[in-house]
Design a protein around this ligand. Structure first.
Ligand code: GLA
Length: 364
């Protein structure tokens, strides 16, 4: 029986395949080398006590009547997961959870999913239980959907769980499976935060979901996964709904082309798919911003950048670029300078590479 333990869950970056997860499509993503660490121990009292080193706050709920906290909304990611685990019979005792994180919040790197997954790993291990990794990801997504009230897909949680060193994760949200593919040698991922916060609680995400559902209904398919771009183009969908659908079908097609490029070790071909993905976000899905567009435009002009696009929900947040590792210092410096000149804003860089997914770090 473990009394104390430490669990870590990484943030994620969506490399290709934007807004495809809730359309039963495919995504290439990666876990990154930053994330959320949770220090957990059992309590004799029947309560859950959560504290955060990031905001120095503490939230407490009764284990037998967990409900969302309006005063401490950040703690709901933990409370929601624990409530789901109680239902699954995998959280029986009181718990103390201390959270530490080196993941920026609101940058589109899924700090919330990392917190959910780290909480799940710690709580399950403290209860001496076990659960299939994809089931853990799904449980965390359910907590975010139902308890926190954000209708996200499964991408963030699954990426945090299935990460592997130097490999992209190909997630298929119809078969709900994950496979991993090596990135070409000598490349890294550069994340650039546009400096404009990103929030999924805003209405745009849910609105896009609804438009995708409308497109699927108009095309008479179960989900946009079942349509091709050619079919969408020749359909009689309303022009705006057609553009939304085209983004999803195009992204699915680009993910399969991206897998082929990875299999062939063709970084340049992969990079072109990333640029095409961003262009589709800008024009078809309209989930980019002028700041994100500027970052991608700059990427095209900097030597050593192979491809670049917005990552995650959009409407703010970060871009991801595939870059030649040996050029990283120059790329960061040139991009920051040009971005400041163009916008007067600062973009904060995170240089990362695909990394191992969620795990226990320590237990006694
Ligand atoms: C956010 C959501 C994910 C996914 C992406 C867009 O990160 O949480 O489920 O829909 O946006 O691909």
């Amino acid at each position: 029986m473990h009394n104390r333990l430490v669990a870590f869950a990484p943030g994620r970056v969506e490399i290709l395949g934007n807004h495809t997860d809730y359309n039963e499509g495919v995504v290439l993503s990666a876990a990154i080398d930053r994330g959320v660490t949770v220090f957990a121990h059992r309590l004799l009292e029947r309560k859950v006590e959560v504290s955060s080193a990031t905001n120095q706050r503490t939230a407490i709920v009764d284990l037998d009547s967990i409900g969302p906290s309006t005063a401490e909304p950040w703690a709901n990611y933990c409370f929601g997961v624990i409530q789901e685990l109680i239902h699954a019979g995998l959280a029986t005792d009181g718990l103390n959870i201390r959270i530490d994180s080196n993941l920026p919040v609101g940058a589109g790197l899924s700090s919330s999913a990392a917190l959910e997954v780290a909480t799940a790993y710690a709580t399950i291990a403290l209860a001496n239980g076990s659960m299939d990794p994809m089931e853990i990801a799904k449980l965390c997504q359910k907590a975010e959907n139902d308890f926190v009230g954000v209708k996200c897909g499964l991408l963030d949680q699954a990426s945090s769980v299935f990460g592997e060193d130097n490999k992209a994760i190909l997630l298929d949200f119809r078969s709900i499976t994950a496979e991993t593919w090596l990135l070409p040698a000598g490349v890294s991922l550069l994340l650039l935060n546009s400096g404009m916060p990103h929030t999924l609680v805003g209405g745009e995400y849910n609105e896009r979901r609804q438009q995708c559902a409308q497109a699927a209904a108009g095309l008479n398919v179960r989900a946009l996964r079942d349509a091709t771009s050619a079919q969408v183009l020749s359909s009689r969908l309303d022009p705006m709904i057609k553009r939304r659908a085209l983004h999803i079908t195009g992204e699915n097609e680009r993910v399969f082309a991206g897998k082929a490029a990875l299999q062939a070790g063709d970084a340049a071909a992969f990079g072109q798919l990333m640029y095409a993905s961003h262009e589709s976000s800008r024009v078809n899905f309209e989930n980019s911003t002028a700041y994100l567009d500027t970052l991608v435009d700059i990427a095209r002009t900097v030597d050593g950048v192979i491809g670049s696009r917005l990552t995650g929900g959009g409407f703010g947040g970060s871009t991801v670029s595939l870059i030649r590792t040996e050029r990283s210092a120059e790329i960061v410096a040139a991009t920051q300078e040009r971005y400041f000149k163009a916008t007067g804003a600062k973009c904060s860089p995170i240089l990362t590479r695909p990394s191992q997914g969620a795990r226990l770090l320590q237990q006694d």
